[in-house]
Write a protein that binds this ligand. Structure first.
Ligand SMILES: [Zn+2]
Length: 105
């Protein structure tokens, strides 16, 4: 979707600090973090809502979130995971994402 900020981030049109990437998922630090390590994990294929996303894309977002969280935990960080499926996020655009927060303890 051309107007989607997340799609622009995934394509590299908007710079981001990448945490993780594979064929299905892109994870990056939020530019306005609500907590330390505020990371967004999003599917590379644009989805507008829970009814729109394909099962495999949703699975991959969950699996990647677990992998990211496990790596941070192994590094000694406290990890909080919020699974958020929003149909509206900034600029009235639609996307699905998972929010992970890391904190060094
Ligand atoms: Zn998008």
């Amino acid at each position: 979707m051309e107007d989607c900020v997340f799609c622009k981030i995934i394509k590299g049109d908007i710079p981001s600090y990448k945490i993780y990437e594979d064929d299905f998922v892109y994870a990056f630090l939020d530019i306005n973090p609500s907590s330390p390590g505020h990371t967004l994990v999003v599917p590379k294929k644009h989805s507008e809502n829970i009814f729109d996303i394909e099962k495999d894309d949703l699975k991959q977002v969950i699996f990647a979130s677990k992998e990211i969280a496990q790596k941070m935990r192994d590094l000694g960080c406290a990890v909080l995971i919020y699974i958020i499926i929003m149909e509206q996020y900034r600029d009235k655009l639609f996307f699905i994402f998972i929010f992970i927060s890391f904190r060094v303890v």
